[in-house]
Design a protein around this ligand. Structure first.
Ligand SMILES: C[S@@+](CC[C@H](N)C(=O)[O-])C[C@H]1O[C@@H](n2cnc3c(N)ncnc32)[C@H](O)[C@@H]1O
Length: 272
């Protein structure tokens, strides 16, 4: 398919034959919104990284604890980029349990996320959440989006959520510049909450084969070390306990064996 044909593809084209990160993640979480190509790629990874499913669940649980924490700090506006296919405990549901008038803008570049999120949001209280097809690699476009401007007041604190998405942004796309552009647009008292895949605890074989599987997917995988993930928080004040593997961020359950070597870093930073 030529580039121009690709550009003119309707947004409803789900390209079932190509693995998509959103649908692979859905499969890891035990969801049903995935195709054989997604399952095959996910199974290939699970064969040499058997803890990937556990890591996905730990990531999702971290997202939920983080959103609740942010709402408890008084945050009522959430910009959730790379939202994923809806599953139990979505951002607006958690935030609105604490802050009933919380507003959430969901953004993702995968059409399947849009389809399922729109269906879910049909049941959300009117005007409190929206879902937009957008690409994180275009932060200026995100900030200028009329739908976002209509829902969120960027003059008041916003929680920017980047959970398990930045590892799909390679160095050529300037991930640090993207995060800086977004954080710079938010006022003091805003937060950045993110999680990020790492090979810090992987064998050399796992570290090589994971990204290789994603080479056949719609997005490439760039795993980063702890120092590289910490750099996303430059200029922000890290909330306790700082940058840790996601199960160790304010856990609600006793620590399990392997939590400290889960392959996902996570933290929340506050803009002073
Ligand atoms: C692993 S899922 C994470 C879902 C959710 N944030 C979570 O942590 O539970 C990654 C999501 O990021 C989306 N994504 C990847 N690259 C993106 C990009 N450049 N712009 C927007 N969304 C992107 C994928 O479509 C997918 O839904």
């Amino acid at each position: 398919m030529s580039a121009s044909e690709e550009d003119s593809r309707p947004p409803s084209d789900l390209r079932p034959e190509v693995p998509h990160p959103a649908r692979m993640y859905d499969y890891y979480l035990g969801g049903k919104d995935n195709f054989p190509a997604d399952r095959a790629a996910a199974e290939e990874i699970m064969a040499f990284s058997p803890r990937v499913r556990q890591s996905a669940r730990a990531n999702r649980a971290f997202l939920q604890r983080a959103v609740r924490y942010l709402a408890e700090q008084g945050v009522k506006q959430f910009l959730d980029i790379g939202t994923g296919i809806p599953t139990a405990g979505n951002t607006h549901e958690i935030a609105q349990r604490v802050q009933p008038d919380a507003r959430v803008a969901y953004l993702d570049n995968d059409p399947i996320v849009l389809v399922h999120s729109r269906a879910l949001l049909a049941g959300a209280s009117h005007g409190s959440a929206t879902v937009i097809q957008a690409d994180l690699r275009d932060p200026a476009g995100i900030l200028a989006s009329p739908e976002i401007r209509e829902l969120l007041d960027l003059g008041r604190p916003v929680a920017l959520l980047l959970f398990a998405i930045l590892h799909f942004v390679d160095e050529d796309s300037d991930p640090y510049g993207i995060v800086r552009t977004l954080v710079d647009a938010l006022p003091s008292g805003s937060y950045l909450a993110l999680s990020h895949g790492t090979a810090d605890f992987a064998t050399p074989d796992q570290a090589r084969r994971g990204p290789a599987v994603y080479c056949a997917a719609t997005e490439r995988l760039t795993l980063r070390g702890k120092d590289q993930v910490a750099k996303f928080f430059d200029g922000l004040e890290l909330v306790e306990p700082g940058l840790v593997t996601v199960p160790l961020w304010r856990p609600e359950q006793p620590e399990q064996e392997g939590d400290a070597s889960t392959g996902i870093w996570g933290a929340i930073g506050r803009k002073p």
